[in-house]
Design a protein around this ligand. Sequence first.
Ligand code: DLZ
Length: 160
Amino acid sequence: MATEMHNLSDYDADKVPSGKGYKVGIVYAEWNSDITHALRDGAINTLINNGVNVEDIKTICVPGSFELIYGATQMVKSGKYDSVIAIGCVIRGDTPHFDYICEGVTAGLSRLNVMYDTPVIFGLITTNNLEQAQERCGGRLGNKGDECAVTALHMMDRVW
Ligand code: DLZ
């Protein structure tokens, strides 16, 4: 699980399926927007670099990570997307709020993956401090948005 051992933007381009013709929804949270906008942009660039048409990418913003559950649910239920990427950043504070948000979002997005046929990709960064988040949105450890886009491309390509 240690990202310290792995750059989130490292992937073998030859092994990533083409995204041509696929439609992707991205829901992202405005909390910690310096981080989430960089994650969103990383995901968009990686999708485009791997064949997804820019007009086939729809982004919707929600206030905080907790609202990713509702946003992703609406995107999935619309039936318009071949995959949905949920992007947020929760930074640990002085109270247990962090744990409740992380657990809520994880459970909510997991449930969507069980209930519906559209893959929902988990792009929630959960860190102890701002520096760790910065390292994961285009810093020393790459960009989790890239990783989410590559994951979406793999999931859309699967025949079940
Ligand atoms: C309230 C809150 C706090 C304390 N921290 C974060 C955070 O680090 N990252 C984030 O995305 N959202 C945070 N929020 C907002 C909640 O996700 C949510 O928007 C509110 O509780 C309203 O439902």
